[in-house]
Design a protein around this ligand. Structure first.
Ligand code: F6P
Length: 332
């Protein structure tokens, strides 16, 4: 009798990442190059995840060197640079890639002048979590120039050029979430299958949630409106969650609903989140899922890049929470 109940579990049909890629290639052979990028990211994710879990044993923790800084003057960790290398070596063989932008590299890697895809990535997001094995992630995006051969920034700023964006979350389990052809897919690694398994092929964010996520320790440098909004969340009995890794905080918000905020530091007149490598790819995903992602004036997906390494304030979350937040800031 018990076996009868268990049979559907044992034989339930699972879509693996490999079969997903094959199916998509068959459906649209013209997108083969974009699917190659996706495949390269899936391999990179598995490799980075392994290194993160062995980091103590293999002496991969800590900073690369005292004077190795990225463009944001942050000290680079060994695993920041290793992850960067892994991703670069996995994508650089893709024939259609024209340029590669990495958060860890001040320069653009120009591959081929007349090739159409632009690939951008943050190799290891949430670096301060690396050495304590707290959640970290990888964020990536891909822009397509069609056959216009425009200059890189022009391509990135043109409507509809973002054709792929996603992230890998390295946590107690390994997640691969991406936007492709108007859907957001959620895969999770299954050790039994030795592959990612499709969990959802069109995820939507809950319309409303009762969690807020922000580094509240920095409250003294927030704008008055944001301080007041936090008071409101508390009065309404919201719970607070903050992982210190944008990918992890993003994943939590899209699963549970609610709001995430990383405001501008008004004392230093500085923002932290990178527009090209972090904000734009995640904005595309959350907007496609029915949520909202803005800076203080405009939807992040409409914000034009002026500098490839520029930073931005960011607020994202469930539709109702965001409408309420925007309205609140407007009135106060
Ligand atoms: O932008 C890098 C990053 O590590 C994000 O992943 C994260 O959201 C943020 O910085 C954390 O910054 P802080 O430690 O200032 O809260």
């Amino acid at each position: 009798m018990l076996l009868l109940f268990l049979l559907p579990l044992v034989f339930s049909y699972k879509v693996t990442f490999k079969s997903f890629i094959q199916k998509k290639k068959y459906e649209n052979p013209f997108n083969e190059d974009i699917l190659q990028v996706l495949d390269a990211m899936h391999r990179s994710g598995l490799h980075i995840h392994k290194l993160l879990s062995y980091s103590n044993v293999e002496n991969l923790q800590g900073f690369y060197s005292e004077n190795s800084l990225n463009i944001h003057q942050e000290k680079q960790k060994k695993l920041d640079l290793l992850s960067d290398k892994i991703i670069r070596s996995n994508v650089c063989g893709i024939e259609s890639l024209g340029s590669i932008f990495s958060e860890e590299d001040d320069n653009i890697v120009k591959m081929k002048k007349d090739h159409k895809l632009i690939f951008c990535y943050d190799p290891l997001d949430g670096s301060s979590n690396i050495d304590t094995h707290m959640p970290t992630g990888t964020i990536f995006s891909c822009y397509n120039d069609g056959h216009y051969f425009q200059e890189n920034k022009q391509v990135i700023n043109s409507q509809g050029s973002l054709v792929l964006s996603g992230y890998l979350l390295y946590s107690s389990s390994l997640h691969f979430v991406f936007y492709y052809e108007k859907s957001v897919y959620h895969f999770m690694y299954d050790d039994l299958y030795k592959d990612f398994i499709l969990i959802h092929d069109n995820i939507k964010i809950p319309k409303k949630g009762n969690q807020y996520s922000i580094n509240e320790g920095k409250i003294n440098s927030f704008h008055k409106n944001h301080k007041l909004y936090l008071e409101k969340c508390k009065k309404e009995n919201y719970s607070s969650r903050y992982y210190g890794c944008l990918v992890a905080d993003f994943h939590n918000v899209i699963m549970n609903g609610g709001i995430f905020m990383y405001p501008k530091d008004i004392v230093k007149n500085k923002s932290k989140i990178r527009l090209l490598y972090e904000a734009k790819p995640l904005a595309k995903i959350i907007e496609e899922m029915g949520g909202i992602c803005v800076d203080e004036e405009i939807h992040i997906h409409k914000k034009k890049i002026k500098d490839i390494h520029e930073t931005t304030p960011i607020y994202f979350g469930s539709n109702e929470n965001m409408v309420d937040f925007i309205e609140f800031c407007r009135k106060n």
